[in-house]
Design a protein. Structure first.
Length: 727
């Protein structure tokens, strides 16, 4: 055959022969190849087993991070690309660049890695090919599966993913149960052998739950080893694939990738050329180094938006918290059949407790304008709230029809006159097909009235029925909304979506997500214990900013309803610190204006704190215990420090070595009162001011469940005579 081909095309036959020789040589013995990080500290080994199974392991110096673990993809009705494989070729390269995010925790990010590309083919079907691409950074590993365009495979269905993360011991894990539809659980901290997702039965306040396994957990997963390693297992650049969760095998001490299926049980539908998201393992010997990692961002594609001048980080207030504490309602009426009312409002009797009225919105607009806030969010402005929760039905909201007590045109004119932008709210009730049908209409209304940001919500079971929040269909929907919003120069803040995986590098108009248990759970459930906010930065926030909605000053909620037992598990000083420790370019002052007017001196910190940064310094941290972060404001010589603790009292020390040497600064310190306690005395705080410089170390006492926030600005000459130096 080859002789015949050489007569026709000698060069083509020679290329084919060379490829065959390469395959035979590479696979004549068990194949293995190593890759080192640029600094030489991390080492990844790739190999093929005797059965032709791809495998990898990862180590930091002499310490094993991931033991030898399987790789591969199983394809429906085709030979799998997880065994009986041959190596066609390998290639390596090095990459070094520095790029500038539009907004973020620092103004420049180093992207430095070494790469190994392994081209594989199925021995039983040589035309079936796959590439595994590894990138090894100084702070961790990323790898993904790639399917080149190939004659023998066009469209295909992913049946399963065989990716494993094998542990080297019974480490400590910080985890939430594996669930296809929600991430709104509190974290458990247990040995990995004790993972048992039946714990989810405690969280009855979560209405939409779908546990897939008693040993399932979600990513990002934080692991701490007994020999001093911290590592986080996550994914990056998720855009056309289901979310990767993990199922734990107690006998093998290993986590296996579990992809969220669709209504038919299939995992993903693909067409070559195709790439999966990156699987990522971030590694550190100190907890603060995990927080400093930008590996997830570096594994995402560069910005896809040509003109980004309209994308601006925001601080906002809004009609929201009063509904959670029961002081107002989202719904205009207590009727349950809106179909009868859309053409005849007389059929609906107002309940007198509706929050999103014209009068109340004017109050928020005035408050925002007075105190320098960029936006006002209004929830409950449009028809549908009477007839939505838990109904699992179509055509509830139309995103353009306001209630009769909400004057859309007038309020937008009024807001613009005051220099404030209203923030649109689109609650879809998870009827996603309904939202997609109306998306153009909804965005057209926003453009007409000058809205530049929208908060989307997906409470409930997904329609199309049988799909899940974390399935491929919904992942693609969220990216479609981000792209459509960018076309219309609209920024988005998604709630009840899949957790982020660094997509805000590509779509910087996607300012924030919820995708975790937020501050509102304190209003109507067992709430969030103080350690929750010390864990989130190591887990959920590893993939991107969270709209956590901090800033609650009225901690005791019986203020709104006598006898109400729920309360915010925090002190006021801690609520201020969250603006620094819980990074987001979109921060809400979540309490009512009336609460802030009662505490104007503490509110000043919320007014001052930026939402965009030049540099971040992680001072000290231990997940589940404490966290202290210092950040430099974008394009200003101002620093802000946030420190929080768990339920235990502690003292933290902050060396100010990041300040400019030889320069005096004024530090305004917002700290817990002497007898403050998140349960017994949560609203006690003190404010002090001192002159400081780069040689000072500020000692910060933290009450149980408390915190501290500090603003540091350059001292003017008159301040040097007015304020005392810190001692």
């Amino acid at each position: 055959m080859c002789t015949f081909m050489m007569n026709l095309n000698p060069s083509a036959c020679m290329k084919r022969l060379v490829n065959v020789i390469i395959i035979l040589i590479i696979n004549s013995t068990l194949f293995a190849q190593s890759l080192e990080s640029p600094d030489g500290r991390l080492r990844m080994n790739f190999s093929l087993s005797e059965e032709g199974k791809p495998q990898y392991d990862l180590s930091l110096g002499t310490k094993a991070v991931i033991a030898k673990s399987s790789l591969g993809i199983r394809i429906k009705n085709r030979p799998g690309l997880d065994r009986n494989l041959l190596v066609r070729s390998t290639a390596t390269l090095s990459h070094d660049e520095t790029w500038k995010p539009l907004w973020g925790e620092e103004s420049e990010i180093k992207n430095l890695y070494n790469e190994l590309e392994v081209q594989l083919q199925q021995a039983s079907e040589p035309g079936l090919r796959m590439v595994i691409r590894f990138r090894l950074f100084n702070d961790g590993l990323g790898f993904r599966y790639e399917f080149p365009a190939q004659p023998r495979m066009g469209h295909f269905i992913v049946e399963d993913e065989q990716t494993e993360f094998c542990m080297t011991g019974n480490h400590t894990a910080f985890w939430i149960p594996g669930d296809y539809d929600t991430q709104e659980y509190l974290y458990s901290m247990t040995p990995i052998s004790a993972i048992e997702s039946t714990i989810s039965s405690r969280f009855t306040e979560i209405g939409t739950r779908k546990i897939f396994s008693s040993t399932g957990v979600q990513t990002p997963l934080l692991v701490r080893s007994a020999d001093g390693l911290y590592f986080n297992i996550h994914e990056a650049n998720l855009h056309n694939y289901p979310v990767m969760q993990l199922d734990f095998n107690k006998n093998a001490l290993s986590f296996k990738a579990h992809l969220v299926p669709d209504a038919l049980g299939n995992k993903a539908y693909a067409q070559t050329p195709f790439e999966t998201p990156w699987r990522a393992v971030i590694v550190a010997t100190r907890a603060i180094d995990l927080l400093a990692s930008r590996l997830i961002l570096n594994l995402n594609d560069p910005c896809a938006i040509e003109d980004v001048s309209w994308i601006k980080p925001k601080k906002y207030v809004g009609i929201w918290w009063e509904m959670h504490v029961g002081a107002a309602t989202w719904n205009y009426s207590d009727s349950t059949n809106l179909k009868l009312a859309t053409t005849d409002w007389s059929r609906l009797k107002p309940n007198g407790r509706h929050g999103a009225t014209t009068q109340r919105t004017v109050r928020y607009i005035d408050f925002a304008a007075q105190h320098g806030f960029d936006g006002v969010l209004v929830e409950g402005w449009n028809v549908g709230w009477e007839d939505w929760y838990g109904q699992w039905k179509e055509d509830v909201f139309d995103f353009v029809t306001p209630y009769p007590d909400f004057d859309l045109a007038y309020l937008n004119r009024y807001a613009q006159e005051k220099g404030v932008r209203l923030i649109m709210h689109h609650e879809t009730s998870s009827s996603v097909t309904n939202y997609e049908r109306q998306l153009d209409t909804a965005f057209r209304l926003m453009k007409h009235f000058g809205y530049d940001a929208v908060k989307t919500g997906y409470v409930g079971w997904i329609i199309p029925r049988g799909e899940h929040h974390d399935g491929q269909w919904m992942v693609k929907h969220q990216l479609r909304v981000a792209a459509k919003a960018a076309e219309n120069k609209i920024m988005i803040n998604t709630h009840e979506s899949h957790r982020p995986t660094g997509q805000h590098r590509t779509w910087p108009n996607w300012l924030a997500c919820e995708a975790a248990r937020g501050n509102e759970f304190n209003a109507w459930s067992i709430g969030n214990p103080p350690d929750h906010e010390t864990i989130l930065p190591f887990t959920r926030l590893m993939g991107g900013p969270m709209d956590y909605t901090p800033g609650i000053f009225q901690i005791n909620l019986d203020h709104y309803q006598p006898g109400k037992k729920e309360k915010v598990h925090s002190t006021i000083a801690r609520q201020l610190a969250l603006y620094v420790t819980m990074y987001s370019p979109l921060q809400m002052a979540a309490d009512l204006p009336e609460s802030y007017e009662r505490f104007p001196d503490a509110f000043q910190f919320i007014k001052d704190v930026p939402v965009d940064w030049d540099k971040s310094v992680y001072v000290e941290a231990e997940p589940g215990d404490f966290l202290t972060v210092a950040r430099k404001a974008k394009a200003a010589d101002q620093w802000y420090i946030g420190a929080i603790t768990d339920e235990n009292k502690r003292e933290t020390s902050v060396p100010l070595t990041f300040l400019q040497p030889g320069q005096w600064y004024l530090a305004t310190i917002y700290s817990d009162g002497d007898k403050a306690h998140f349960q017994h005395n949560p609203m006690s705080y003190t404010i002090r001011q001192f002159l400081v410089n780069s040689e000072n170390i500020i000692n910060i006492p933290l009450a149980p469940g408390g915190g501290c926030a500090i603003r540091i600005v350059k001292a003017e000459s008159k301040m040097l005579k007015t304020f005392k130096k810190y001692r």
